[in-house]
Every structure is written in C-alpha cells, then in structure tokens.
Design a protein around this ligand. Structure first.
Ligand code: NAG
Ligand code: NAG
Ligand code: NAG
Ligand code: NAG
Ligand code: NAG
Ligand code: NAG
Ligand code: NAG
Ligand code: NAG
Ligand code: NAG
Ligand code: NAG
Ligand code: NAG
Ligand code: NAG
Length: 699
C-alpha cells in the first residue's frame, strides 16, 4: 500500500511538466529588497559549493562579505616548539573506558601547541573580494543616492541600482551553477570616463574560531603575495598564502586597463574607459587557466538551473491562508530553500555558517550532517543530497576504520569536527560524541523509500556495515544487569553533562536501536547474513531510562527537572518521537511518557539559551504527538528568528547565520506537508488553506 503511495508522490515530484501550484508567483512574492547594506548578512549568489556575499552595490564594495568555496582552505605554519613540529607529534589523551585505557583525540596540555594547531587548521578561506572602484576619491555608502536592490530568487540573481554624483549605476550579479565563478554586469556612464571600475582584493586568514561578519584581515599584506598577468580583456592573479595557492581569472568584453597592486596592498583595479558597460566573469580556481564562461552563457545557464530547482521537487503554498503566522512560515520556507541551495548543497556537509562566514574555523561537523542535508531528500532534491552522501562517508571510511581500530573497536567510528581530509579536530566533546554514527542509516533508509533498488543498496552497504560494526562493538555488556550500555565516557547530543558519568542517554539508545534495525534490514534486502553481534546488541540494548514518568537526558542524571543545569541545550529526548520513527523492534514507546516529557520541556526548558534547530526538533515531536498548533508555535518561537533575507540568526550561542535552523525548518515543514508512515500529510493548523505537492511521507 505504502510503496504505491510513495511512488505516486514520486511521480508527481519527478514529472513536473507543469505544477499545480503557481510556484513562480509564490517564490517571486518573497524576493528580497534592500536599500542599504546589512552590517550582519550579505545577499548571496552561489551554487552550494561556491558563494559570493554582496553588499548594497551587488558587490563587496563597502562591506567585505566573503567569497567562499568547498576547496579553499589554508594552514598556518606548524609550531616550532620542540617535539611538536609535526601532526604526528600529537598523541591525545587516554581515558579509562570500561576498565581499559582508550586513546582519544583530545587536547593534551603537554602538547598544547600542536593540539591547538590541529584545532585551528586548516581554516576555510575568503577567496577574495570584488567591489566597485571609484577613481581618486574616498566614497562611502552614504555618498550613494536612490539605492535599491533586489534578490530575484527565481533566477538566482541580484540587481542593484543607485546614483553617484547624479549618474545612475546598475549592477547585475550571478554565480555559475558548477564552477567558482561570478558574473557581473555593470552599466553606467561613469565607466566610460574611467571614474568607475572594479577592484579585486585578497585578505589573509585570521585565527578566529568564528570570523564574522567578515572573514580575514586586509592589513597583514606582507604575510601573503599576489602576482598579476593581464591583457586588455583578461586578467589572472595568483594568490599565495603559505602552502596554499590559487588563481582569480577574470575575462570581460571590450578594452580594459588593469592597474595595481596599489601601494603595499593586494588590491588591483580594472577600468574600461570609453565603454558604458562592463560584462565580466571572474573564476576562482586552484589551478591556473580555468576555462571561463562568457557572461551570456553564465546568465542563461544560471536562469535555467534556478527555474529547474524551483519547479522540481516538493513545494508548499500557504499564500491563500489569511494569517500572519502562515505568511511568516511561507517566507522562512522559501528563503531557506534559496539559501540552502546556495550555501549547503556542497561536496561535503556544509559548515554551520555555510559559505557566508567562518564558524568553527570553517570546518564541518559530522553529527550536524543530518540536519544540514536530510531535508534535500525530503523535499525531493536528491541531486543536491547526492553531491555529498554517501560519497563523503565512503571517503572518510579509511580514517574512521583507523579511529575505531586504535581504540579497540570493530568497524568505523566517524569523527566530528572535520575538514576534507577526514581528520577530526582534537576536543573532549569532539572525541566523545556518538550521535553522528547512525546518520548513514537514516540517509540510506530515506533514499531507499524513494529509490528502492540495487544501486541504493550497493551504494550504502559498506558504510552501513562499518557503522553498525562499530555501534555493536561500542555497546558494552553489563554482566550484572544483562544489558548493553552506551558510555561512559561519552557526550550526549546536549554537550553539557559529565562525560565520565553519562551512561545510556535516551536519544542515543533509541538511535542505536534504529541504526541497528536499519542495518539489519539492509542485509535482509540483499539476502545477506546479519552479523550476530548486531542482533545481540539490539535485542539486549538497555531500556530507555525513565524518571518520574518522563524520559531524562541519561540514566541516573541527578535533578532532571529540578535544576537549571540540566534543562538547557538540546532537548534531544524529544527526538525519539518525531526525528526518529517509533521503534521497529523491542518494546513499543510509552506515549504517555513521551507526552509528559514534551510537557516538561515546554514548561521548563531554557529555550532562550538554545541552538535554533531545537525548535524544529520540538516541532517534529509535537507533530507526531498530534499537536499541530504547538508545532507551529515552536517554528515561530520568539527565540527562533530569520532576518529580512532569511538568514537564521545565531541567537545567544553563535554568530549569524546558523544554517541548521533553516535546514531543520525545512525538515519539520516537510513532515507537516508530507506526513510520515501511517499518517500522510498535510498536517497544518485547522483553517489554513494549504496546497502541497511532491512530498513522500517520512519515516
Ligand atoms: C528603505 O527600506 C526600509 C526598510 O524596508 C524602508 O523603511 C525605507 O522606507 C526605505 N527607504 C527608501 C528611501 O526607500
Ligand atoms: C593542512 O595540514 C594537514 C596536516 O599536514 C594536511 O593534512 C592538510 O592537507 C593541509 N591542508 C591544507 C589546505 O594545506
Ligand atoms: C574523566 O576521566 C579521565 C580518566 O579516565 C580523566 O582524565 C578526566 O579528567 C575525566 N574527565 C572529567 C570531565 O572529569
Ligand atoms: C591590522 O588591523 C587590526 C585591526 O584594526 C589591528 O589590530 C592590527 O594591529 C593591524 N595589523 C597591522 C599589521 O597593521
Ligand atoms: C604575519 O606574519 C608575522 C610574522 O610571521 C606574524 O607575526 C603575524 O602574526 C602574521 N599575521 C597574521 C595576521 O597572521
Ligand atoms: C554587455 O552586454 C550587453 C548585452 O547584454 C551589450 O549590449 C553590451 O554592448 C556589452 N558591453 C560590452 C562592453 O561589450
Ligand atoms: C598610495 O600611495 C600614494 C603615495 O603615498 C598615495 O597618494 C595614494 O593615496 C595611496 N593609495 C592608496 C589606495 O592608499
Ligand atoms: C536506482 O535508481 C536510481 C535513481 O533513479 C537510478 O539512477 C539507478 O540507475 C537505479 N538502479 C537500478 C539498478 O535500477
Ligand atoms: C552495570 O549497570 C549498573 C546499573 O546501571 C551500574 O550500577 C553498574 O555500574 C554497571 N556496571 C559497570 C561495571 O559499569
Ligand atoms: C522525582 O520527583 C521527586 C518529587 O518531586 C523529586 O524529589 C526527585 O528529585 C525527582 N527525580 C528526579 C531524578 O528528578
Ligand atoms: C542556573 O541558575 C543560576 C542562578 O540563577 C545561574 O547562576 C546559572 O548560570 C544557571 N545555569 C544555567 C546553565 O543556566
Ligand atoms: C500565531 O502563532 C502564535 C504562536 O507562535 C500563536 O500564539 C498565535 O495565536 C498564532 N496566531 C494565529 C492568528 O493563529
């Protein structure tokens, strides 16, 4: 029955010759308009692996927002401290783990310099800035009049207009769909007199865990070098920062003059005297001499890509509902769809701040991959999901097998705070978190429901096997109770407990069961045998802890609902019914305990001190419990904010943007629109006039 239903929805999703919803009208009604630069967020063009952040000029003229990529990273030089000059000198720390010493990648005070180096390196780079150059005068944004700017979501382009000294200037900005290229069209009489042009500038990285809103420093000019080659219609600038080197190649129509660098800077200028327009494409690339598209080709390709993006996959139309709540939810949904395609549809799981600025040195977190990526599947954009998974997991298997083996476990233990090499940065939390481990099972199962064939089974088999092998060997058999325990030492989803006394956290127990169930099902589907350890651990996994008729963070946590030391950070226990489906094995969930727990969280949790995706997590729990109004209230909570351009605000914990908020909002709204197994959607508040198309029910 269900597979027929899913297939039906899938056909709608993949054969949208024309959709029933007027998507273009809905999307364009949410185009972003600005008349001044924001001091916090840019407007962006981009393609998931590359993005360019613009100020009110459509370029990086006054506010040096970042140009970021998936490949642009940099290492500062290694420490020179004796015995700490190589990454191999880092040895981490040994902690007692069920009667034996296990080595963890944690900062070791005796080797502090190399420990820190491994945390801070590599960092993601701001590749460079491109802005308007005004000849011979210090111009600020206040000198512009009639400033007006629009981000057209439907075509992925920004049009910016203003006047300077009475002369109008118009700029269009776009990004290529599959290279690290921006396209810029400038129209102004100021160009022909040579009093307006473009500049290209290159910063050096900063050693900041969070570098926001701007990335890098522009005055450390002697720490890096640039070299120019140019002709009248092309320039190539090589940027060398220590061991990192890459190129900016720009091509334009007509005759240009390139000057610079100005004084002791890395700033170059291009003018096109005699022409009142400048059509330019600029590509950042690790290698010299990339093929650079013409502006016309880039424009055509970009418009086609975005139209296809908006007309394929799933869609939610709330515009017929006369309620400010529906209007705001619609705005968040559409702007999140735009921003996540620009910032998060990358070859690796994205960093929390996408391609806007630096969070955690630009590294990404494997436990966050679920929140960043699974919505692409739920919204029918598997093409974007497949850019990173399962390939990212396959690529990290060798280092993850090593990590497990060195710690005395079977299988592959996935890391946490990661860069493209698969190295997990040293950290107490980083080394003791475990909820990243069953994510592959969730990705695989979601994919299988849409593509139930041998390719899906093969693509995920090794990753699921390696992950399940670790999960089974990590669980520790407690002879006195006859059950398998998780931890200690460990950190649960909320990273605020004592790792040496954290055991059997509610969410991780439920997720371990889910992961092993899916891994076993995967083997059954392939007619392969199921490793005995998987079923043994699953069948004897510790029951979920219960205190006072609620699910606590972990077994034995003191003062669960009576101390503010436990009722903040991620309320992950709400994830066992919402984020996760009900258990496929073992005892059924006691739904009155699930409800009591949800009630306690609603009553006591310090949501002002939360990370934003907690709101979506709680909304999904409310949905499965049947309280749609509460779900919407969570998604519109005053502590869960999205700015005028849709960037999720960081709140009290991190700088803006914090994209897991946007991604989780799309996951929760997919659950509202598409429903879940046994309860197909849509699930919206009574009285809302809602149209949805293209969704497949979730797990
Ligand atoms: C600029 O935008 C703001 C906010 O949208 C608006 O209140 C203001 O009237 C606009 N100013 C001009 C000159 O258009
Ligand atoms: C940074 O250094 C590490 C350790 O040597 C290396 O694995 C990595 O490839 C380097 N990354 C860059 C961008 O140079
Ligand atoms: C946990 O135990 C280890 C010893 O196994 C100790 O080195 C470490 O400091 C303890 N951590 C905490 C947070 O108490
Ligand atoms: C660069 O600018 C920063 C911030 O203004 C300042 O603290 C630093 O001293 C400057 N560095 C140099 C080398 O001028
Ligand atoms: C630039 O290099 C000098 C000399 O190595 C160093 O002291 C300084 O910290 C560097 N500046 C930055 C911003 O990294
Ligand atoms: C830029 O492109 C436009 C068409 O989009 C064309 O009219 C104009 O002549 C071009 N400018 C130059 C300098 O070639
Ligand atoms: C470069 O130096 C010259 C001479 O000191 C000065 O006149 C000019 O303003 C400087 N240019 C910039 C961009 O700082
Ligand atoms: C499975 O489905 C995917 C997506 O449609 C397709 O690319 C692949 O060829 C299919 N594999 C088989 C064996 O049918
Ligand atoms: C076995 O489980 C019991 C009950 O949770 C616990 O008190 C005991 O410490 C565990 N044994 C070991 C060796 O961890
Ligand atoms: C359970 O409730 C009782 C009575 O309110 C309280 O004293 C106790 O601390 C609670 N237990 C936990 C683990 O919070
Ligand atoms: C708990 O409350 C106390 C007293 O108000 C405060 O000092 C402490 O910071 C709070 N802890 C948390 C985790 O909010
Ligand atoms: C809008 O949502 C808020 C909760 O976020 C709720 O209090 C309010 O009643 C809702 N308004 C309407 C008109 O439904």
């Amino acid at each position: 029955m269900h597979s027929v239903l899913w297939l039906g929805s899938l056909l709608i999703a993949t054969s949208l010759a024309h959709t029933l919803i007027d998507r273009k009208q809905v999307v364009r009604s949410l185009n972003v308009h600005r008349n001044a630069s924001s001091g916090t967020t840019p407007l962006q063009v981009g393609n998931g692996n590359f993005a360019f952040g613009a100020d009110v000029t459509g370029l990086q003229t006054f506010n040096p927002f970042a140009t970021m990529s998936t490949w642009g990273w940099h290492n500062f030089s290694l420490p020179t401290t004796p015995d700490q000059t190589s990454v191999d000198d880092f040895t981490g720390l040994d902690w007692w783990t069920h009667g034996r010493l296990v080595n963890y990648d944690q900062p070791n005070p005796a080797e502090a310099d190399i420990s820190n180096w491994l945390i801070e390196n590599p960092q993601r780079l701001n590749l460079g800035n491109i802005g308007l150059y005004f000849l011979g005068s210090e111009v600020s944004e206040a000198d512009l009049t009639s400033t007006s700017q629009m981000l057209d979501l439907w075509t992925g382009s920004i049009v910016s207009t203003f006047s300077y000294n009475g002369s109008p200037v118009r700029i269009e900005t776009r990004a290529a769909t599959d290279s690290d290229t921006i396209g810029v069209k400038v129209e102004s009489d100021l160009l022909s007199s040579g009093s307006l042009g473009l500049f290209f500038d290159f910063p050096y990285p900063d050693v900041n865990k969070f570098d926001a809103p701007y990335v890098g420093v522009w005055n450390a000019t002697s720490n890096h070098s640039t070299a120019l080659e140019s002709s009248e219609s092309q320039l190539s600038i090589q940027h060398v920062l220590d061991d990192t080197s890459y190129y900016l190649t720009a091509v334009w129509e007509g005759h240009g003059q390139v000057t610079g660098p100005e004084n002791a800077t890395h700033r170059y200028c291009l003018t096109v005297p005699g022409s009142s327009s400048l059509n330019l494409t600029a590509t950042f690339s690790p290698e010299k001499g990339p093929s650079v598209a013409s502006l016309d080709d880039l424009t055509a390709e970009t418009e086609l890509w975005w139209e296809k993006y908006w007309t394929s996959g799933a869609f939610i139309d709330l515009t017929s509902t006369d309620s400010s709540n529906a209007t705001e939810l619609q705005r968040r949904i559409v702007l999140s769809q735009y921003l996540l395609a620009v910032n998060s549809a990358s070859r690796f799981s994205p960093q929390e701040s996408g391609l806007v600025n630096i969070g955690w040195y630009g590294k990404f977190h494997l436990e966050m991959a679920f929140w960043h990526l699974i919505h692409f599947a739920r919204w029918g954009h598997f093409d974007l999901l497949w850019r990173s998974v399962p390939r990212m997991y396959q690529q990290f298997l060798p280092s993850s097998y090593d990590r497990a083996r060195l710690q005395g476990y079977q299988g592959a233990r996935f890391g946490k705070m990661t860069d493209p090499t698969g190295r997990s940065a040293p950290g107490e939390i980083n080394s003791l978190l475990i909820w990243q481990q069953p994510h592959p099972m969730y990705f695989a199962e979601i994919e299988y429901r849409s593509y139930p064939n041998a390719t899906t089974l093969n693509n995920w088999d090794e990753v699921l096997t390696a992950s399940a092998d670790f999960m089974a060997s990590y669980a520790w058999y407690n002879e006195s109770t006859g059950v398998y325990d998780l931890g200690p030492p460990m950190f649960p989803v909320s990273e605020n407990t004592d790792p040496n006394s954290t055991v059997n956290p509610t969410f991780e127990l439920a997720y371990w069961r889910f992961g092993l169930d899916i891994a076993m099902r995967w083997k059954e589907r392939q007619n392969l045998s199921i490793p005995a350890a998987w079923s043994d651990v699953r069948d004897k996994l510790s029951p979920l802890p219960i205190v006072n008729d609620t699910y606590p963070i972990y077994e034995g946590v003191p003062d669960m609902w009576t101390s503010n030391e436990t009722t903040y950070d991620h309320p992950a226990m709400a994830g066992i019914y919402g984020w996760l489906p009900p258990p496929m094995s073992g005892l059924p969930l006691n739904l009155s305990i699930v409800q009591n727990t949800a009630d306690k969280i609603a009553e006591l949790w310090d949501l002002g001190n939360s990370y934003g995706w907690d709101f979506s997590l709680l909304a999904m729990n409310s949905l499965r419990l049947g309280d749609v109004e509460q779900a919407v209230a969570y998604l519109l909570d005053p502590f869960f904010q999205f700015d005028d351009a849709g960037y999720p605000e960081g709140g009290t914990r991190v700088p803006t943007p914090y994209f897991p908020d946007a991604a989780s909002l799309l996951l929760a709204t997919a659950m509202m629109a598409g429903g879940w197994e046994g309860s197909p959607g849509p699930h919206f508040p009574a009285g809302w006039d809602v149209r949805v198309e293209g969704f497949v029910p979730g797990l």
